[in-house]
Design a binder for this molecule. Structure first.
Ligand SMILES: Nc1ncnc2c1ncn2[C@@H]1O[C@H](COP(=O)(O)OP(=O)(O)O)[C@@H](O)[C@H]1O
Ligand SMILES: [Mg+2]
Length: 378
């Protein structure tokens, strides 16, 4: 997949920007606070409908403006598409594909992105929600069905939790089973679909991440493991998972009513990362943790390639200021080869060996301009 043209208006510090990126490597170069990350954020918004760093769409609207608009014209195996995401003055999200109003799921299928942002260290160090989000985004980009099951699951979970709280408030004890059970069945059915997909994806991701990590670190080992909220056997299919989940939901019902929350299901899953046999979250160095994330991102690229038959667009934000020199070259080679990539940097010498083949863009105070690589950029 390739972004052929990116048009941005009233997004963050950009009034208007119009870029026709190269299908290979694009380097966004500029001082701090120039707008480099904002441009990657705009690409992520066009690809997933939401920002990894804004909790509300209105945060991305340029100050004192009414709404923003991001448009990505993309080309992939499925042909060309014109993706638009915006936010109007009332805060309403607008999603269009080829001029027609569509849902976020339609964007996910047309523009896949894998991004490495400084904040991603939290995938290793932060809460399980960060790790689930990474897994869900990867799986949703690989399958619209997964995305819609996830939305359905979230709705069912809200209903079950509302019922649990209601039962607790009313101190109701009769007929509790018959009220909760229909929701348990739905959670188990939709939840098993999600868990089965996660389990299968982790098998692929884990192998690819281990290979990438070993290459990037000069032989260290990485084990990425699915930690579901219910016990699973390797051979479990969706039906078996559903039965197990139903059993666990029944077991926890009393406790769930007391807490007003559902204690088992995919919304409580986690992933663990072990480097050389110990938990990377607790014992990994900063450098190892970053390399874990990069290896997982490299694995995501492999996963999406195998699912969709084409490579996603790669977004690397400030990656070179975060890693030590020895690893940089191999990371860059490993990840940026054979796909469209956007890299941001403040110091040009960090990426000198890559610049010959790259298209360079100077970003300054919310304006972006293509520059000639051989003129230098001091
Ligand atoms: N909604 C907004 N409207 C206008 N400017 C914004 C908005 N949100 C962030 N900014 C500005 O964007 C700049 C940061 O841009 P960013 O892309 O993160 O910089 P960098 O080039 O260092 O990656 C800051 O100057 C910030 O004030
Ligand atoms: Mg930045």
């Amino acid at each position: 997949m390739i972004i052929e043209r990116l048009t941005i208006s009233n997004f963050r510090n950009y009034r208007d920007a119009d870029v026709r990126p190269s299908p290979d490597l694009n380097v966004l170069y500029g001082d701090n606070a120039a707008g480099k990350t904002n441009m990657l954020e705009a690409i992520i918004v066009a690809s997933t409908g939401r920002s990894p760093r804004a909790s509300r769409d209105s945060e991305m609207v340029r100050w004192n403006e009414g709404g923003f608009h991001v448009r990505a014209q993309v080309c992939g195996n499925g042909g060309s598409s014109d993706l638009e995401v915006g936010c109007d003055i009332s805060g309403k999200k607008i999603v269009r594909v080829n001029g027609q109003e569509k849902r976020v799921g339609d964007l996910l299928a047309r523009l896949n992105t894998v991004s490495f942002l400084p904040d991603d260290i939290l995938v290793v160090k932060g809460s399980p929600a960060r790790r689930r989000r990474l897994l869900d985004l990867t799986l949703s980009q690989g399958s619209q069905g997964y995305h819609y099951h996830l939305l359905q699951y979230q709705r069912i979970l809200l209903h079950r939790n509302a019922l649990l709280r209601d039962l607790a408030v009313r101190r109701r004890t009769s007929d509790v089973g018959s009220l909760v059970e229909p929701w348990d069945r739905q959670i188990a059915k939709v939840g098993a679909f999600i868990v089965e997909r996660r389990k299968a994806a982790l098998t692929i991701l884990s192998t690819a991440a281990a290979a990438a990590y070993s290459r990037m670190s000069g032989g260290e080992s990485l084990l990425v493991k699915y930690a579901p909220s219910i016990p699973l056997d390797d051979g479990d299919d969706a039906d078996a998972i559903s039965r197990r989940m139903l059993g666990c939901l029944e077991e926890c019902r009393g406790e769930d009513i007391r807490h007003g929350a559902t204690s088992v299901g995919p919304h409580r899953d986690d992933i663990s990362f072990q480097v050389n046999g110990s938990d990377a979250r607790l014992f990994g160095s900063q450098g190892q943790q970053r390399t874990v994330i990069l290896a997982v991102k490299a694995a995501e690229i492999q996963f999406l390639k195998s699912k969709n038959g084409e490579a996603p667009v790669l977004l690397l934000d400030d990656v070179f200021s975060e890693l030590d020199d020895a690893r940089q070259a191999s990371v860059a080679r490993e990840m940026a080869a054979g796909l469209q990539c956007f890299i941001t940097c403040t110091e040009m010498d960090r990426i000198e060996d890559m610049v010959d083949d790259a298209s360079l863009y100077r970003v300054r105070a919310g304006e972006v301009a293509a520059i000639d690589a051989h003129q230098g950029c001091s």
